[in-house]
Design a protein around this ligand. Structure first.
Ligand code: DGL
Length: 271
């Protein structure tokens, strides 16, 4: 038993898409979220820069006495998971890629064509392809980076003609030429445009890593015996740029859900 909070972080608002699943499945847990909204997007940055920013955020979360850290970002998982595990061997880290890779390997076979859309960094690192092939190396995998999606989503441009056109620009050829039947949303920002993608390509079976990650969060809490029984914190959401969009995004993700939230602007000079 451990009543300390769980740290969750992302380069911006994307990691928020995992939060409702965690809070629903684990109502006794409390979360400290950090979105690096002032420095997003990470997905086209150099690995050394991503590692530098990530270490700052993890040190901040550790200073808040978190018991476990969920990396709700594919770009950071691709580039930093092993680095963080070596740097902080006592801290349990949950990466977002493996649970979705496992899910794809469970529900697909060699008759399927699986697409992975992600940031430039995640596709360059080939983390999804390697993780899925570790489970089943006969699966047909195709990946594509869609660099414009994250800046548009961070601006709140989600459900309109600009986003529709951007999705079609990146995905029409990718989906039809490769005869895709399954699509992994390999960036935690993308579940925010999932409905639009599904509307444009209704036959695609979409895998959402922000949902799949809950299985690893739960199994780690069980394995380490660190479930919370009496939550003593409220959920706190830090952003390095506490913009109206960040707050709107949280409100739209939680909707009417009865979740205790407090927002804090985080001055980057403190990192
Ligand atoms: N949400 C992040 C991911 O899952 C990346 C967004 C960014 O480019 O910063 O990859």
């Amino acid at each position: 038993m451990d009543n300390r909070p769980i740290g969750v972080f992302d380069s911006g608002v994307g990691g928020l898409t995992a939060i409702p699943y965690i809070l629903k499945e684990l109502p006794n847990e409390r979360l400290i979220y950090f979105g690096d909204t002032a420095r997003t997007p990470y997905g086209s940055k150099a690995t050394s820069t991503i590692k530098h920013f990530t270490k700052q955020i993890v040190d901040f979360l550790i200073s808040k006495d978190v018991k476990m850290i969920v990396i709700a970002c594919n770009t950071i998982t691709s580039t930093c998971l092993t680095y963080l595990q070596k740097l902080y061997p006592e801290m349990p880290f949950i990466g977002i890629i493996e649970p979705a890779a496992f899910r794809a390997s469970q529900i697909c076979n060699e008759d399927n064509n699986i697409g992975i859309i992600a940031t430039k960094v995640t596709t360059t690192e080939k983390t999804y392809i390697n993780s899925i092939h570790k489970h089943n190396n006969t699966l047909n995998l195709f990946d594509k980076s869609c660099p414009i999606f994250v800046p548009l989503i961070e601006e709140g441009i989600i459900n309109n003609d600009i986003m529709n056109l951007s999705i079609k620009y990146y995905l029409d050829d990718f989906v039809f030429n490769n005869k895709l039947d399954t699509l992994i949303l390999g960036c935690t920002h993308y579940p925010l445009i999932r409905k639009t993608i599904q509307k444009l390509y209704p036959n695609l079976n979409i895998i959402n890593p922000s949902f799949e990650i809950i299985k690893s969060v739960k199994s780690t809490l069980i394995e380490k015996n660190i479930f919370s029984t009496h939550p003593t914190y409220e959920n706190i959401f830090y952003a390095s740029d506490l913009s109206e969009n960040f707050i709107n995004m949280i409100n739209s993700i939680f909707g009417e859900a009865n979740v205790q939230i407090s927002f804090k602007n985080f001055d980057l000079d403190e990192l």
